[in-house]
Each structure stands twice: as structure tokens, then as C-alpha cells.
Write a new protein. Structure first.
Length: 512
């Protein structure tokens, strides 16, 4: 008997997509939801469109009519969100006027925006009215001290330290070596050749230091050569030509997190800076977004990530980068140019993030004044165990670098001035959409050689060497247990490969 046709809402489709991305099989999901496996396959095929609808808060709709003027639709929605974040009220005629404006910018002929087009636009993006809600707008009328003493206590009263998170972006020149530091001083990197060697990171952790969200990395290439043969990344990854945070990426990140929390029946408060890439996000059921006062003077004071967390991550990353370069040189790999791919950078950044201690995170929250107990010491005098100056570290390891101690210590935060997002404007909206419509892989690529995946035999031998090293030098039971688990995984792959090869030989023998 044929299965009865079932229509999923956007929210239900998004749950299926997440489970597929987590590794669940198409057939198992089809059986659970009592649908044909082709239905699940279609949802997987259309996941980008479904994610876009989900991020636009179109959750309950089962069918959404697509726009025949996709560029105009995207531009108008971005412009709408930009106005809404400023607390500006909008109406149908104003949206029609702006849609016609964008159509001219995209050189779309014979387009005259009608009231019915705007009605469908509102349905597509779940816009209930043109009036922007101002309840989540950042408070612009008080300074940092006033905000912490008068506003913050009421905001945080219903949340424990475990449920208060802070998130912040930073730019990173991931290929930059210490000897190039002086050339980069003061660089903003808003475009050009240098943008190919930069990424933007989004870091988020809770006040107690017990929970760190998976890093989010934004690069310039959708499918880097270094990603070939890589099944999964330890970070979230997005791309655009500038490697910038955008309101679309940020909204997607927040909504995905909100959906996870909804399943866990948990609610949190999330602190973010007031910047163009952080729009007001409506209908969040499990995340309370709180904007820090929008001032460059208060940003570094109140933002816990700016109190030492970002500094530690960059310092650890650059120590690992120096060690990789030294290792490559010692193993006779090209001495003239360190080949650092974006995959190398992602893996080293993830290592640095995992290494960051809960004590360091908690101390940075206390120093910002957001925790109930504040550290009453000057910011420069804070002792953070993870934050060993690069010059001291290099001296301890007897690493000789052709630069001064002062330049080496500047190297850690040399890219702190990098732009992490673009300024909102109608021209930028049009430019970014035109850029996104071009395949970024054709024009923006990290300069690295194709990475060949190790064979099963190579992995087996490498695991044996690593196991001997761990058991010869480490007494930590957790580490040795993890090493045993890794060995078992590699042995299993080795066994499967040998079994498959043996069966193939038997078949050849029988045929002949």
C-alpha cells in the first residue's frame, strides 16, 4: 500500500536536516516519519532553501511560494532587517518602493512591485507587520558603569552563571608569520589580496567557564582544496568573499542554537556587542539576546571575550603555528614558504579552544564586572595561567626567531584591528548579493596543495607510533584511555579494509 503523503513544516524539515547532518541514515528517518525515502532525500537536496526559510523564522508553513525575483527578495529582506534593528516602522508602500529600487540596481527589467508581491514577501519571511519591535534594542543612554549597576542585575536575575553566555567575533590572519608582523601593523583588511589569508572567528562561552560552544569560522572559500577527503570539521564553517560575519550567518547560528536548547528544554541569556552583523532576532523561545551598550569605550570593558579570552586563543594558535613551521623545516618540507591551509588553521584553533581552561573564562567574566564577584585589579595586572607571553614561551623552548622580543609579543594581537563585518548600506546589500551569486571557489581559494587522505595502512602505522609515544611519556589515565580508543578505531578500519580486499581476491579467483 502506498504511503500517505505527508507535509512537513519548515521547522520539522530543519530537525530532519540536523539529524541527517549528525549522521543518521535516510532510510531510518523515512521509517520513523512514515514517509518514502525519496521525501527525506528531497529535504536533504533542498536543505539550503529550508535553512534560509528557517532563519527567516518561517517555521510553521508547509508550502512557501518561491520568489521569481530572488535577488530583490534577498535585498529587500536584508534592508528590512537593517531598518528593524534601528527601530524604524515600515509599511507596504515603502517596501514596494524599496523593492523597485533594488530591481533597478540589479538591472531587472519589467519588474513593478505590487501589493500582492509584498504580501507574499511577508509570508515568505514571516513578517506579521511592518512595525519593528524595540523591546530588544540596546540601551544607548547609559555608560558601562551605569549599565552594570542599574540594568544588568534585572536582566540576569533569572539566570545562573551556567546559563549566561557571551559571544564575540575577532579577525585572524591565519598565515601570518612573526617576521611579517611590522608590515601588518594597523591593517584593517576590508578587502583585496590580504582577505584571502584572513578568517573571522565567533567564540561563545558561559560565565562559569563550564560550557564552550563549538567555534564558528568564516573563510573566503566554500570548498577549500584542503577540505577534500575531510568528512567533518570540528567547527562550524561559513564563507563569503570578505570572510566577514553577516547578519544572515549570525541569525543562522543563533537559531540553530535556539533549536538545540528547545530540544533540551533549557533557556539561556546571550550577551553580544551591538554591531551591524548582529540584528534583532524575533521569536527566540530559548535564548534571551542582550546587547551590550553600543560604544567603543564600553565594548572592551564589558565584553568578557575582550578581557583575555581572545588573546589566549590567538597566543596559543600562534605558538602552534610556529611549532608547525619548525617541524616542517626539520622534516625537509619547503623551507621558503610555510604552507598553512585553512584546514591547518581550523584544527589548530580548535585545539586552542579546547585547551582554554574554565578558570580563564570565569576570570574574564569577573573582570568584565558581569559576574557577581568582580576582580578589583587593573586589567593589565590580571594573571591568566593560559596566557604566557610569546617571547617568554619562545625563550623557554630555545626557539631563535629573527625579531625582537617586543615585535614577537605584538605578533599575538597584530590583527585585532581587522574588520569583522561590513557597514550596513543599500550599496553594500547589492554588492554582497552579487558577490554571493558568483561561485567563490572560482576566485577565492587558499593557496595550498591538494591534500591526499592517508591510507589505512599509513594511519595504522602512525597510530602505533603515537601510542608508543603516549605510553612512554604520559601517565595520565584519561589520555592513555583515549589513545586506546583511537587505536581500536584505526584497527577496525584496517580490519575492514583487509577483509574487503580478501573478499575481492576470492571473487576474482572464482570468476577465473
Amino acid at each position: 500500500m502506498a504511503l500517505k503523503r505527508k507535509c512537513f513544516t519548515v521547522e520539522e524539515k530543519m530537525q530532519i536536516i540536523r539529524r541527517l547532518e549528525a549522521g543518521e541514515r535516510n532510510v531510518a528517518l523515512a521509517k520513523e516519519f512514515c514517509v518514502c525515502h525519496t521525501t527525506i532525500a528531497t529535504i536533504k537536496k533542498n536543505k539550503e532553501q529550508i535553512k534560509a526559510l528557517f532563519n527567516s523564522n518561517v517555521l510553521k508553513s508547509k508550502r512557501v511560494r518561491a520568489s521569481t525575483q530572488d535577488q530583490v527578495d534577498k535585498a529587500l529582506f536584508q534592508w528590512f532587517k537593517m531598518q528593524r534593528s534601528r527601530g524604524i516602522s515600515l509599511n507596504g508602500p515603502l517596501l514596494q518602493q524599496k523593492a523597485n529600487f533594488f530591481a533597478k540596481q540589479f538591472k531587472i527589467k519589467d519588474f513593478n512591485c505590487s501589493g500582492s508581491w509584498i504580501s507574499r514577501f511577508k509570508v515568505r519571511h514571516n513578517i506579521l507587520s511592518g512595525t519593528a519591535s524595540t523591546e530588544s534594542l540596546p540601551d544607548t543612554k547609559c555608560d558601562a558603569k551605569e549599565w552594570v549597576t542599574q540594568i544588568w542585575p534585572a536582566l540576569r536575575k533569572d539566570f545562573s552563571d551556567d546559563d549566561i553566555f557571551s559571544a564575540n567575533e575577532t579577525g585572524l590572519l591565519y598565515k601570518l608569520t612573526p617576521d611579517k608582523t611590522l608590515n601588518m601593523k594597523g591593517e584593517k583588511c576590508t578587502g583585496g589580496e590580504l582577505s584571502k589569508e584572513r578568517i573571522t572567528l565567533l567564540l561563545a562561552a558561559n560565565m562559569s567557564g563550564t560550557l564552550k560552544r563549538k567555534l564558528l569560522v568564516i573563510g573566503t572559500s566554500k570548498r577549500s582544496k584542503s577540505f577534500r577527503n575531510v568528512q567533518s570539521l570540528p567547527v562550524g564553517y561559513y564563507s563569503n568573499r570578505q570572510a566577514w560575519m553577516t547578519s544572515e550567518i549570525f541569525t543562522s547560528w543563533v537559531r540553530d542554537w535556539n533549536a538545540e536548547l528547545k530540544q533540551q528544554e533549557k533557556k539561556i541569556l546571550l550577551l553580544i556587542d551591538d554591531c551591524p552583523a548582529h540584528p534583532i532576532i524575533s521569536y527566540l523561545t530559548n535564548i534571551t539576546l542582550v546587547f551590550l551598550p553600543p560604544s567603543t569605550n564600553t565594548k572592551s570593558i564589558l565584553q568578557p571575550m575582550d578581557q583575555g579570552i581572545i588573546r589566549v586563543i590567538k597566543s596559543t594558535y600562534r605558538k602552534n603555528l610556529i611549532l608547525k613551521i619548525i617541524s616542517d623545516m626539520e622534516n625537509s618540507i619547503d623551507e621558503n614558504y610555510p604552507k598553512i591551509s585553512i584546514l591547518d588553521a581550523i584544527l589548530m584553533l580548535n585545539d586552542a579552544w579546547q585547551q582554554l581552561s574554565p578558570e580563564t573564562i570565569a576570570k574574564c567574566f569577573r573582570q568584565s564586572g558581569l559576574a557577581k564577584t568582580k576582580l578589583d585589579v587593573p586589567r593589565d595586572d590580571i594573571e591568566i595561567e593560559d596566557d604566557i607571553p610569546l617571547s617568554v614561551w619562545a625563550t623557554a623552548l630555545r626557539i631563535q626567531l629573527p625579531i625582537s622580543k617586543e615585535v614577537l609579543d605584538e605578533y599575538v594581537l597584530i590583527d585585532n584591528g581587522l574588520a569583522i563585518c561590513g557597514e550596513p548600506s543599500e550599496d553594500n546589500i547589492v554588492k554582497n548579493i552579487l558577490d554571493d551569486d558568483q561561485d567563490s571557489d572560482d576566485s577565492v581559494e587558499d593557496q595550498c596543495e591538494d591534500v591526499t587522505a592517508p591510507s589505512v595502512s599509513e594511519a595504522f602505522q602512525a597510530a602505533e607510533v603515537l601510542s608508543r609515544f603516549v605510553h612512554s611519556n604520559c601517565s595520565d589515565e584519561i589520555l592513555t584511555h583515549s589513545m586506546s580508543r583511537l587505536n581500536n578505531v584505526v584497527r577496525n578500519y584496517f580490519y575492514i579494509s583487509k577483509t574487503a580486499a580478501k573478499q575481492s581476491k576470492i571473487k576474482e579467483y572464482l570468476v577465473n
